[in-house]
Write a protein that binds this ligand. Structure first.
Ligand SMILES: Nc1nc2c(ncn2[C@@H]2O[C@H](COP(=O)(O)OP(=O)(O)OP(=O)(O)O)[C@@H](O)[C@H]2O)c(=O)[nH]1
Ligand SMILES: [Mg+2]
Length: 357
């Protein structure tokens, strides 16, 4: 990493930690673009995280998620707490202004310094959206946000595993969701901590309500012992939203005393740590692969048909010198230079360390 770049992001972190919203915004852009400095940023802010409560709001397009989020923001603010919103649209390839409707729906909070709203679009890299969302949540957390609302389109299996990210997941359905409920039954039960049937002013709301209620009752309880509430709301009129907020707070309370949920969170943290470790190794290896002649020769051999990719992988793992370079980021062979972002090793000047291919 260039020195100037490093200086600029450390400065941004300092400014962000001191409450500078523009610095927060720029750091989010780094996350969105998956800049090489992101792991460093995350490492630096990590000690300042761990207090923010995240609420996921998920459901089909147009269900009223943003309208509900807007009303929930008002409730959180009425308690004097700060709130960050991240609206994620896995189907949109653009970022920043991608989810325009969401911004409009929450417009009245735009001038409130204690509210920060941002949209995230998919960058197309598989699994990248979950990572980026988690990182944005962590930035909000370090920014001292008390609550984060995570709005995301889609029900059930999407690229974003909202139940792995949010502390409480609200699944929003509408009277038109009848068929979805039948097909998604198991999937919905897996992710929902609370069901909301929004647009209760419309025909068919009661039917969907009883369908969901029956589904919840047939499953008895969540595997954790939590009984999933089913609520009717008219978000545009602010009707039923207070009950929703209360249900969210009850779930939060429940989570803090449930050993099953604590164990689940530990498992998720373990999985995330492993993911970060793997990601760190992968980043280093990718940089190494562009410069290291031995790895490049393995790649060439697979292209010419002399080695299968699996043999190439085994060769890399069996090559102690390559592994050593991967571990300590020591100088490359023949092509020279060091592994970017890893930093020069203590013996960087020693030309004997550069092996010929
Ligand atoms: N009739 C009725 N309309 C509602 C209700 N809640 C929201 N709407 C309207 O539904 C439309 C969509 O609302 P949004 O809040 O943008 O829905 P969304 O789920 O965020 O939409 P996407 O982010 O595009 O998936 C808007 O025109 C809202 O005013 C409701 O309870 N009843
Ligand atoms: Mg929306």
């Amino acid at each position: 990493m260039k020195e100037r770049e490093a200086a600029s992001y450390t400065e941004l972190i300092d400014r962000m930690l001191n409450g500078d919203r523009r610095a927060l915004s720029r750091l989010i852009t780094y996350v969105e673009n998956d800049e090489p400095c992101v792991p460093d940023i995350m490492e630096k802010i990590y000690p300042r995280t761990g207090t923010c409560y995240s609420i996921g709001i998920t459901g089909p397009p147009g269900a009223g998620k943003s309208t509900l989020a807007d009303k929930l923001i008002a409730m959180v603010r009425a308690e004097g707490r700060t709130v960050g919103v991240v609206a994620v649209d896995p189907s949109s390839p653009f970022s920043g202004g991608a989810v325009l409707g969401d911004r409009i729906r929450m417009q009245r909070h735009a001038l409130d310094e204690a509210v920060f709203i941002r949209s995230l679009g998919s960058r197309g890299s598989h699994g990248g959206l979950s990572r980026a969302t988690r990182e944005v949540l962590r930035l909000y957390d370090a920014f001292s946000m008390d609550v984060v609302l995570l709005e995301t389109v889609g029900v059930g299996q999407t690229e974003l595993h909202i139940a792995d990210i949010a502390d409480t997941v609200v699944v929003v359905l509408v009277p038109e969701s009848g068929d979805t409920i039948q097909t998604m039954k198991a999937g919905l039960m897996e992710i929902a901590d609370i069901f909301v049937i929004n647009k209760a002013d419309r025909d068919g709301a009661e039917r969907v309500y009883s369908d969901v209620k029956a589904m919840v009752e047939s499953m008895q309880t969540h595997s954790t012992g939590w009984t999933i509430p089913v609520l009717l709301t008219k978000a545009h009129e602010n009707s039923g939203v207070e009950e929703l907020y209360r249900a969210i707070m009850s779930h939060k309370q429940f989570c803090s005393s449930s050993t099953e949920i604590k164990e689940r969170k530990r498992a998720l943290r373990r999985a995330e740590t492993l993911e970060i470790i793997v990601d760190t190794i992968r980043r280093r290896l990718e940089t190494l692969a562009t410069k290291d002649l031995t790895i490049r020769s393995y790649l060439e051999e697979t292209l010419s048909g002399n080695k299968s990719p699996y043999e190439a992988a085994r060769s890399v793992l069996a090559d102690k010198e390559v592994m050593q370079h991967l571990c300590d980021g020591s100088p490359m062979r023949a092509l020279g230079g060091t592994v970017d972002g890893v930093g020069p090793p203590d013996n960087a000047e020693n030309p004997d360390d550069n092996r010929s291919p």
